[in-house]
Design a protein around this ligand. Structure first.
Ligand SMILES: N=c1c2ncn([C@@H]3O[C@H](COP(=O)(O)OP(=O)(O)OP(=O)(O)O)[C@@H](O)[C@H]3O)c2ncn1[C@@H]1O[C@H](COP(=O)(O)O)[C@@H](O)[C@H]1O
Length: 94
């Protein structure tokens, strides 16, 4: 399993926050603020659930990718580090 893309994605989202980039969807979310970010996360969750219940494996995979990205944006907006989530999972791991 190659998890490098998760690290690259989190670092890119973090970098967008520090160095906003023209045309960046991530920056449009950061600029729109907490309510919009949470609303998008809810919508993406609903889309994922719909795909999970009714659509193809490819659609489920695609919607899960959307959801993961929006989760990362949600964390970064509050400067909560995904590394800390990983540490928490490590701590729980039996
Ligand atoms: N992984 C993603 C990613 N997944 C999903 N999305 C965006 O999430 C949005 C969700 O789709 P919707 O149709 O629900 O939303 P929308 O109509 O575009 O937006 P709203 O007007 O509803 O807010 C789409 O615009 C997707 O492009 C992503 N946008 C960016 N990334 C990655 O984030 C990094 C930074 O990207 P930029 O910020 O665009 O530079 C790069 O590595 C990108 O690959």
């Amino acid at each position: 399993m190659n998890l490098n893309i998760l690290e690259k994605l989190v670092k890119t989202i973090r970098d967008r926050k520090l160095n906003p980039k023209e045309g960046s969807y991530t920056n449009s979310l950061f600029e729109a603020g907490e309510n919009k970010i949470v609303k998008k996360l809810g919508e993406e969750f609903a889309e994922f659930l719909k795909a999970y219940l009714k659509e193809s494996d490819e659609r489920i995979t695609s919607e899960f990718a959307d959801l993961l990205y929006h989760f990362f944006v949600t964390l970064e907006y509050k400067d909560i580090k995904f590394e800390d989530v990983l540490s928490e999972l490590e701590r729980r791991h039996k």
